[in-house]
Structures are given as structure tokens and as C-alpha cells.
Design a protein around this ligand. Structure first.
Ligand SMILES: [Zn+2]
Ligand SMILES: [Zn+2]
Length: 271
């Protein structure tokens, strides 16, 4: 089975479109690429119902859409029998766990992706400021502290693009990364969450999949399940390079992929 569990509901022009017709366009694109099931994971900060969670201007400028419209479009598509799941991509912020859980509670999610896009006030993927200020080792160390906290928060089912800190480069030395990967895999295993294998990095400055093979191998050694992701922001990018993500997972030893329904998970053969 091939799934793509990370995408953002947009029209072909790239504008937010929370309609069943927009869902159908993604489903058609998935079928053309032989993807069996797709999951929508809109950024949580686009919803006006989450305004109280944010301090960052980046989020406060964007939370103007209605979460009920988004949830309604995906649920209606699901009820029509389309192979779609309802998720959301949730920014993790230390100290906001309770408010985040409350904001998410009213909706029938199939799964929740946890993302660390901001570390100590720096946007990790929008600009290279974190690495420039702290150097690659300290930037990676702090990023993985945040990611481990996201795992332990108990809020999430899978951790998205789990080594996003490498986005701009340069990377930390292999030896320090080794220990960060081991500690992070330990925390992910203990928390019982999945890790995402994402092809999105292939189209970013780093030009590689997330996560690095040693982190993925460390997760596999501990029995941590995976989800698969394109992180498409346009229907034409659904399932883009998902075969590369499958190959990446297989190289780390994976033979199954996680499928979610109403926050319960099971494993399906990969591919
Ligand atoms: Zn993300
Ligand atoms: Zn995303």
C-alpha cells in the first residue's frame, strides 16, 4: 500500500481552497500516481479558532480561515467514499500543550502531525538564522530538544519532516548528529509516535529526503512505525517522489507503512 499522509488543500493556483471539489482534485492526482490513500494536514495556524495559541507574527497574520469549513470538506469527501483521511499539521510550542489539545479536541481527526518549524523564536525552514547564530551543532541540538518534547507531549501521532533543521545547511558533524539521532529515536520510541519519511526535502535547498538515514535506521531498530509524505501544497504535487520515500524507508529496513483511522493505527505492507 502507498499512502501520502501530508498535504495542504489548495487550488491549482496555490490558494487555500477548503471545498470538496478541491479535495477531489487531490484524489484524482493521487489516483494518477497510484497512491491508495491520501491524508490532508492543513497548517493549524491558518485557522481563526487557534489564534489564542500564537505569539509569532507569522502565525497571527495567517489565522483567518474557518476550521469547520476545512474539516467539513474532508469529512464530506470521506463520507462519499473517497480514499481520504482528516489530519492537521500542528506546530509544537513548548508550554502550549494544554491549549493546543483543547483547540484540537472538538474535531474527528484520523491523525495529527506534529511539526517543529520554530526553535527559540527562529523559523527553521524559512531562513537560516538559527544555524547562522548558533552554529550547526547547537542549532541541531536545540532543534532535537524541541522535537523530543513534541514527541513526549502526547499530542501527536507522527512527527513531520523530523530533521528539518538541515533545511538550509551546513549540517552538524556526523559524530554529534549520531548522539542526537540516538537520543531522539529513544524519545520517539518511548512516546509511541510514528516518524514521517518525507520527500519534500528533495525540493528544498538541502535537496535530500527527511530524515537522514541514521535517524531512520535508529527508529527502525526501535520498532518505530513510519508515515509517508510529499508535503504537497498543490494538487499536481500529490505523491511527488513518494517512490523515493518508499525506497528510503526500505533502505532503513522498513517493510510496512502506517495507516490511521480515528487516531487508531495499523500497519500495511509497504509498496
Ligand atoms: Zn511542515
Ligand atoms: Zn506541511
Amino acid at each position: 500500500m502507498i499512502v501520502d499522509y501530508h498535504m495542504h488543500l489548495r487550488n491549482p493556483e496555490g490558494d487555500i481552497d477548503f471545498s470538496v471539489e478541491a479535495v477531489e482534485r487531490f484524489v484524482e492526482a493521487a489516483a494518477e500516481r497510484n497512491i491508495d490513500e491520501i491524508g490532508f494536514t492543513e497548517h493549524i495556524y491558518y485557522f481563526e479558532q487557534t489564534r489564542q495559541l500564537w505569539d509569532e507574527p507569522f502565525m497571527l497574520e495567517r489565522c483567518s480561515h474557518d476550521i469547520d469549513r476545512y474539516v467539513g470538506a474532508v469529512v464530506e469527501a470521506k463520507e462519499r467514499g473517497l480514499p481520504v483521511k482528516l489530519g492537521v499539521e500542528v506546530d509544537y510550542f513548548v508550554g502550549r500543550e494544554r491549549e493546543t489539545a483543547q483547540a484540537l479536541a472538538p474535531y474527528p481527526w484520523d491523525y495529527l502531525l506534529g511539526s517543529v518549524h520554530f526553535v527559540d523564536g527562529f523559523p527553521v525552514d524559512q531562513e537560516p538564522g538559527l544555524v547562522e547564530k548558533l552554529g550547526p551543532h547547537e542549532a541541531a541540538r536545540r532543534y532535537f530538544v524541541w522535537l523530543r518534547s513534541a514527541a513526549r507531549s502526547g499530542l501527536f501521532d507522527s512527527l513531520a519532516h523530523p530533521d528539518l533543521v538541515k533545511h538550509h545547511g551546513p549540517r552538524a558533524h556526523a559524530e554529534s548528529l549520531h548522539w542526537l539521532h540516538e537520543e531522539t529515536a529513544d524519545a520517539i520510541e518511548a512516546a509511541g509516535v510514528c516518524i514521517e519519511v518525507s520527500a519534500a526535502g528533495l525540493h528544498k535547498p538541502v535537496g535530500e529526503l527527511y530524515p537522514d538515514p541514521p535517524l531512520l535506521e535508529a527508529c527502525h531498530a526501535r520498532g518505530v512505525p513510519i508515515t509517508l509524505a510529499s508535503d504537497a501544497h498543490e494538487p499536481q504535487n500529490v505523491g511527488r517522489d513518494i517512490a523515493r520515500a518508499v525506497e528510503h524507508a526500505r533502505s532503513a529496513g522498513y517493510e510496512t507503512v502506517t495507516v490511521f483511522d480515528q487516531r487508531r493505527r495499523h500497519q500495511e505492507p509497504l509498496g
